[in-house]
Ligand binder design. Structure first.
Ligand code: SF4
Length: 365
């Protein structure tokens, strides 16, 4: 997603399954069940106001700031109202929160943060105590798994975004019973759940390449399965766990487009190299290294530092290309919205001739 209007960030891919909860799953409670008809702030997702209130109470917090991602802001207001009924002063942040890479301390007077929709990124530290409350889909089983298995080869690398990662263990079991070999990636530096992927974590999937014939992505949206397909080079299938529809991912068009952008960037004489100050996106050393390599190859460079990279910040600037060292999705998903090509650090290396096109990698941590 672009920082202002990113298209397919996990949060924007959420949509209510429209199915009743069946009473089992990773969360202890379900809002529809608690207190006999407590309003559900996020229909179609598992979130328990009772559980959240208990977690806040255990910490002794009296006043919290709720940080929702863009797609959950309306529900977050209702959640705040429900928490206030329970004696917790809960206010909702107006700022857009893109992920656990984007946590900020609350204004003075708050005891802590309730961060909705994402798991924590272990390497990103914050001074303020934070409750991470991932909002998972309210389903118990992946639709279409049986039909999908008939189409899939023998050895499967299984991945999902945070909303569906809790379904992977049981799906893997089901697949193994049907004779498939299933590899579930171990938690990574930014992904604490087995099989979980983020829009900025694909490189770890490569280590499973030799043990897998195909990737099965459980979730919605295009970007994550595309990232998995390009990173592994394996046939990749996206299974929508709500509709049961499975499609094969086509990466060729994406790669052709990136190739064209890299070629344009290679011809650019002035490079704008952008760094985000978001705690989990900041890669200043990478930016400095790319700037140095570019200057050595006769390009002018400008280092630009800011919180959120948005297209309007680059309008009117004298540059031919932007190298984004922030969230990889800015370059990979949103370049069309910018006034000049936006490329990743790895793509910048190709444009400068220090990496071969055959060694193309999806940017990330
Ligand atoms: S850096 Fe990663 S976690 Fe942060 S917004 Fe981008 S994809 Fe999401």
């Amino acid at each position: 997603m672009k920082e202002t209007a990113r298209r397919e960030h996990p949060d924007k891919e959420r949509r209510p399954p429209g199915r009743p909860h069946k009473g089992t799953g990773p969360q202890e409670n379900h809002p529809g069940e608690e207190g006999g008809g407590t309003p559900q702030p996020f229909p179609g997702f598992r979130i328990s106001t009772e559980e959240i209130a208990r977690m806040i109470g255990e910490r002794g917090w009296k006043r919290i700031l709720v940080q929702p991602p863009e797609g959950l802001r309306r529900g977050a207001l209702m959640l705040c109202a429900l928490l206030r009924e329970k004696g917790i002063q809960a206010d909702c942040s107006l700022d857009i929160t893109y992920g656990a890479c984007d946590l900020r301390p609350p204004p003075p007077g708050y005891d802590g943060i309730l961060h909705l929709g994402h798991t924590m990124i272990p390497g990103v530290r914050f001074s303020q105590d934070t409750i991470f409350y991932p909002v998972t889909a309210d389903i118990d089983r992946v639709e279409g798994a049986d039909t999908a298995m008939e189409r899939l080869p023998a050895r499967i690398l299984l991945v999902a975004t945070v909303q569906y990662a809790f379904l992977l263990d049981s799906l893997a079991l089901e697949m193994r019973r049907k004779g498939k070999e299933v590899v579930l990636p171990v938690p990574g530096v930014r992904t604490p759940l087995p099989g979980q992927i983020l829009g900025c974590t694909f490189s770890h999937l490569k280590r499973y390449r030799d043990r897998s014939d195909a990737v099965l992505y459980v979730g919605t949206g295009r970007f994550h399965p595309l990232g998995a397909a390009v990173s592994t080079g394996l046939p990749t299938y996206a299974l929508d766990p709500l509709s049961g529809e499975m499609t094969e991912v086509e990466a060729e068009r994406f790669l052709r487009k990136r190739h064209a952008l890299i070629s344009r960037a290679a011809e650019g004489r002035t490079w704008l190299i952008a760094v985000s100050t978001k705690p989990g996106q900041m890669r200043k050393e990478t930016a400095k290294r790319i700037a140095e390599e570019a200057r050595r190859r006769d390009r002018k460079t400008h280092l630009l530092i800011g919180d959120t990279l948005t297209p309007d910040r680059f309008i009117g600037l004298p540059g031919d290309v932007i190298v984004s060292t922030a969230c990889p999705r800015i370059a990979l998903d949103d370049t069309d919205n910018y006034p000049m090509p936006v490329i990743t650090p790895q793509e910048a290396e190709i444009a400068l001739g220090i990496r071969r096109w055959e060694d193309y990698e999806v940017d990330g941590w």
